[in-house]
Design a protein around this ligand. Structure first.
Ligand SMILES: NC(=O)c1ccc[n+]([C@@H]2O[C@H](COP(=O)([O-])OP(=O)(O)OC[C@H]3O[C@@H](n4cnc5c(N)ncnc54)[C@H](O)[C@@H]3O)[C@@H](O)[C@H]2O)c1
Length: 290
């Protein structure tokens, strides 16, 4: 099992929610942590992380803006010396349906796909050359959604809940109907995950996705007109438990899994399950450098 002590991580969208829990868990495990977010609360996080005994630096910036991505990545490398762990977590939710108006759809596309797919694409493009150049391997973890594995429509907005045979999660593999663009962006993320896993495995860089189910966060509580019952809230996962899954994944080290979508789903224990046999990447696709 690999130690994270002294490793250098970059976590996007770390001001609140899951990203904040990932950054704190990494610092607790001894990693130095660079962070970024559009929210002002990000300004306070580096001091809190330094108080845990590690190096830290932070930036305000928009992951969908290439100039911000360049500034954050260059700043993180300058502040910590190098980066070998990228947690691409920044994400937003937005409702969109198949017959939406075209003008609304274009704005939704820029906003939702801009953050949830383009942002992770830009961070990968900005960091991968650096990771290849330093030659120490590392990890990229993309934060996705359990919609890749389940229907994904939140119970409180599902118009067909009474007749849903899967209202006691876990639900079946598919996308939902009220967030086609969110789902499309996250599915696109898996294209990057699998392609990067194949391309980077020879260099000791693993690329995986964690597909989150309902987790108590600003995002989940921010759904419009959402007034969840205490019973429903009690079913949600805790960001700290999901962060432990990230730590356990990273501690697998260079010999661990790559190219896997790990599903953390309400109704199941929040833990790192044993690695699956390669599903999306065949063993022969992974060419290890001679
Ligand atoms: N909470 C859930 O139930 C859930 C379920 C499935 C997937 N996810 C995924 O988990 C990730 C984290 O979600 P969360 O629940 O912690 O959400 P959250 O809203 O609580 O936190 C997301 C963070 O990302 C930041 N962010 C958003 N857009 C950004 C941008 N363009 N540039 C920089 N920072 C930006 C936000 O300011 C915020 O700090 C997201 O990718 C989300 O899609 C969450």
């Amino acid at each position: 099992m690999a130690s994270l002590k002294g490793r250098n991580a970059l976590v996007t969208g770390a001001a609140v929610g899951l990203g904040n829990a990932y950054a704190r868990a990494l610092a607790k495990a001894g990693a130095n942590v660079a962070v970024c977010d559009v929210r002002a609360e990000i300004d306070e996080l580096p001091a809190a992380l330094r108080g845990m005994g590690v190096q830290s630096a932070g930036w305000r910036g928009d992951v969908s803006n290439p100039a911000d991505v360049r500034r954050i990545v260059d700043g993180a490398i300058a502040a910590l010396g190098s980066i070998d762990l990228l947690v691409s977590n920044a994400g937003i939710w937005g409702g969109s349906v198949a017959d939406d108006d075209l003008d609304k759809s274009l704005a939704d596309y820029e906003r939702i796909v801009g953050t949830n797919l383009k942002g992770e694409y830009l961070f990968g493009r900005a960091l991968i050359p650096h990771m290849l150049a330093h030659g120490r391997g590392g990890d990229i973890v993309n934060i996705s959604t359990d919609h890749v594995h389940t229907c994904g429509t939140p119970f409180h907005v599902c118009p067909k809940l009474d007749s849903c045979p899967w209202k006691d999660a876990p639900r079946p593999t598919a996308g939902g109907t009220i967030m086609d663009l969110y789902d499309a962006g996250k599915w696109g993320l898996h294209g990057l995950t699998f392609a990067w896993a194949k391309a980077l495995r020879p260099h000791g860089i693993r690329v995986n996705a964690i597909c989150m189910g309902a987790t108590d966060s600003n995002m989940l509580r921010g759904f419009h007109n959402f007034n969840p019952s205490p019973e429903e809230v009690a079913t949600w996962m805790k960001a700290e438990d999901s962060a432990q899954v990230l730590i356990d994944l990273l501690m697998e080290g260079p010999g661990g899994r790559t190219g896997e979508n790990m599903n953390l789903c309400v109704g199941r224990p929040t833990r790192l399950e044993p690695a699956l046999p390669p599903v999306y990447i065949l063993a022969e696709d992974i060419h290890v450098k001679a």
